[in-house]
Ligand binder design. Structure first.
Ligand code: DMJ
Length: 672
């Protein structure tokens, strides 16, 4: 501060150093914090320091400055790299889209790749997850682990789904391969159906169970002989007629009727029953790959129903293989146009490719047997498919015939008109050709439907009474009971071999609770049928016989006209022998059948394969082979032979199955 001495005397400027306390410095009574004041104050302090103190301070400042420069350089590098990285990142983000656009067809779609990666983590990811080390890891890894688990679960699920599909396929293979051969196993051709359809097929409940697998009953010598005969016949068919309708064994060729592999289809269930696995498999392949119904061809409704539809349905039931049901549906649908007639009595012929039907060229009639012996098959087709149209069409025929006038004590004429629906050619009654299976199917439909359809039973019972009343006679000298014919009130002692279905049918009726005298009649009639073989030079029956009604010296019961002495390898007698043996256990029926088989082998067997129809059963030295093996020889005759020689009543149990007229077993809907 300024004082009074300066006012008294000398002009010399003496400064008195005054040390100011903080209050002073702070300007007690007033705050002074100017930069100039602070600078002056620091300088004063610096001056007050010793030289050593100043040196130490300067050294420290210098050291700090050097450290600062070094750390600046290092920070700069770091910063530079961070800055560059960020620039690079920016550039990459901008450039990738351009690359994607430049190579759209080559580069995988990134999103898809990512998605895949998400769904299917690499296998290497699974290992650490299993390792406890990872479980024990830092918390951040443990947080990630559930995400990996999720991925793994996704993959696991996918794998499981794949495994399930594989299992489905395995199950299906197993299901198919457990197709029973009464003990053996079939492995069907897997290549015939695409995998997707296989899976679809599994989703559908199978409407049938294949035949139960049981301990096979040992096959006896006679059955082996039938198998040998079948194989011989099959060899001829395979070598010279494969896929065609009939074998011509002598000319080593074939004949066509419908061009649908008739013999092969007719023989399918026989091969099954005989246990011929390889042959069956080969035939199945043909059905799968070569059997085509979309053909511009006229087929006979009756013949194609009993042989093809019947054969496919029974094979389906025995094997459980849906291929046969599919084929049955196909042919069944293609035959339906036959029922489009004014009377709903079906036409005899159908073009299965065009879907048109017509009667034979010379008439608008159909035969009664033909229109009334297709019911077992179409009814079964309805049951399997759930499509009522098949059953309705054939039931309508039966209802119509049931109330139709023109019968004679239940016996029907042979023809029916498709326009008027009336019987024609009245007054002629037979149990042979053109009427035979009408009677057979009355009984068998009644059995098939669980014995509830009374009209069928009534018609059957009445007809048998008609047979007894009008058609039965006894021959001389052996007094054989036979079934003749009635034409306009005149009895004829003519009996077709076809009538020999009747003993078996009567026995079947008796087995199902019908009159006991039906069985008696069956026993007498089968004896007659056997004599139709036994009294002939070759031991084989002719197509038609005439019985002697009057004893004449040197004459047998059976007379044969030159026009009737052929044998077509027909089954009816063997068929009835089978029923008779099943229901009585009398071995004589097997012995009679054995004789017949031996005579077929003796006179109809063709060394190079196959059997042939013959023209003359009366000439053992020259039976005059006809060069034709009918499909029913494999479909019926050999099948009934095999069953006749079997002691296994479960080999086509007659309380579970009913044979159609071509020997194709179909299930009884309500088994006894
Ligand atoms: C077969 O087609 C059938 O048995 C039909 O009922 C009659 N004809 C032959 C066999 O002889």
């Amino acid at each position: 501060m300024y004082s009074g001495a300066a006012a008294a005397g000398s002009p010399r400027r003496d400064f008195i150093s005054v040390t100011l306390g903080p209050e002073e410095a702070a300007g007690v009574g007033g705050y002074n914090n100017s930069k100039a004041w602070r600078r002056r104050s620091c300088w004063r302090k610096w001056k007050q320091l010793s030289r050593l103190q100043r040196s130490v301070i300067l050294f420290l400042f210098a050291f700090l400055a050097v450290c600062g420069v070094i750390s600046y350089t290092s920070m700069g590098e770091t910063w530079k790299s961070i800055t560059n990285k960020s620039l690079d990142d920016q550039r990459t983000e901008q450039e990738i889209p351009r690359l994607k656009l430049a190579n759209p067809a080559v580069l995988p779609a990134p999103q898809k790749a990512d998605a895949n990666h998400g769904d299917y983590p690499e296998l290497s990811l699974q290992k650490p997850l299993k390792s406890p080390h990872v479980r024990r890891g830092p918390s951040n890894l443990q947080i990630k682990a559930p995400r990996r688990d999720t991925r793994l679960k996704t993959r696991h699920d996918t794998m499981r789904a794949v495994e399930e599909l594989v299992e489905v396929d395995k199950v299906e293979k197993t299901e198919k391969s457990i197709i029973s051969w009464r003990g053996a196993v079939i492995e069907p051709d897997q290549s015939t159906e695409p995998p997707s359809s296989k899976i679809m097929e599994l989703e559908k409940p199978s409407p049938v169970e294949p035949e139960e697998q049981k301990e096979p009953v040992p096959i006896n010598e006679r059955q082996l002989a039938v198998i040998e005969a079948f194989r011989h016949a099959w060899k001829g068919y395979k070598d010279f007629a494969w896929g065609h309708d009939e074998l011509k064994p002598l000319s080593k060729s074939y004949s066509e009727w419908f061009g649908l592999g008739l013999t092969l289809i007719d023989a399918l269930d026989t091969m099954w029953i005989l246990g011929l696995k390889e042959e069956f498999e080969e035939a199945r392949k043909w059905v799968a790959n070569d059997l085509v119904f979309d053909k511009n061809v006229d087929v006979n409704l009756f013949e194609s129903t009993i042989r093809i539809l019947g054969g496919l349905l029974s094979t389906y039931h025995l094997s459980g293989d849906s291929l046969f049901l599919e084929k049955a549906k196909d042919i069944g649908n293609r035959l339906m146009p036959a029922f489009k007639t004014p009377s709903k009595i079906p036409y005899s012929d159908v073009n299965i490719g065009r879907g048109t039907a017509h009667p034979p060229r010379w008439t608008s009639d159909s035969t009664v047997a033909e229109v009334t012996s297709i019911q077992l098959e179409f009814r079964e087709l309805s049951r399997l498919t759930g499509d009522e149209k098949f059953r309705k069409a054939v039931d309508e025929v039966m209802k119509h015939v049931h109330i139709l006038s023109g019968k004679n004590d239940g016996l029907v004429p042979m023809f029916i008109n498709t326009n008027s629906g009336q019987f024609t050619h009245l007054g002629v009654y037979t149990l042979g050709a053109r009427a035979d299976s009408y009677y057979e199917y009355l009984l068998k439909q009644w059995i098939q439907g669980g014995k509830k359809e009374n009209e069928l039973l009534e018609d059957y019972m009445r007809a048998i009474e008609g047979v007894k009343k009008h058609l039965l006679q006894r021959s001389e000298p052996k007094k054989l009971t036979f079934v003749g014919e009635l034409a306009h009130g005149h009895f004829s002692a003519k009996m077709d071999h076809l009538v020999c279905f009747l003993p078996g049918t009567l026995a079947l009726g008796a087995h199902n609770g019908l009159a006991a005298d039906h069985m008696k009649l069956a026993e007498t009639l089968i004896e007659t049928c056997y004599q139709m073989y036994a009294q002939v030079e070759t031991g084989l029956s002719p197509e038609i016989v005439h019985f002697n009604l009057h004893a004449q010296k040197g004459h047998k019961d059976v007379e044969i006209k030159p026009a009737d002495r052929h044998n077509l390898l027909r089954p009816e007698t063997v068929e009835s022998l089978f029923y008779m043996y099943r229901f009585t256990g009398d071995k004589k029926y097997q012995d009679w059948g054995w004789e017949i088989l031996q005579n077929f082998n003796r006179y109809t067997r063709v060394p190079t394969g196959g059997y042939t129809s013959i023209n003359n059963v009366q000439n053992p030295s020259n039976p005059e082979p006809r060069d034709k093996m009918e499909s029913f020889f494999l479909g019926e005759t050999l099948k009934y032979m095999f069953l006749l020689f079997s002691d296994d009543i479960d080999l086509i149990n007659l309380d579970k199955y009913v044979f159609n007229t071509e020997a194709h077993p179909l299930p009884i809907w309500v088994p006894a």
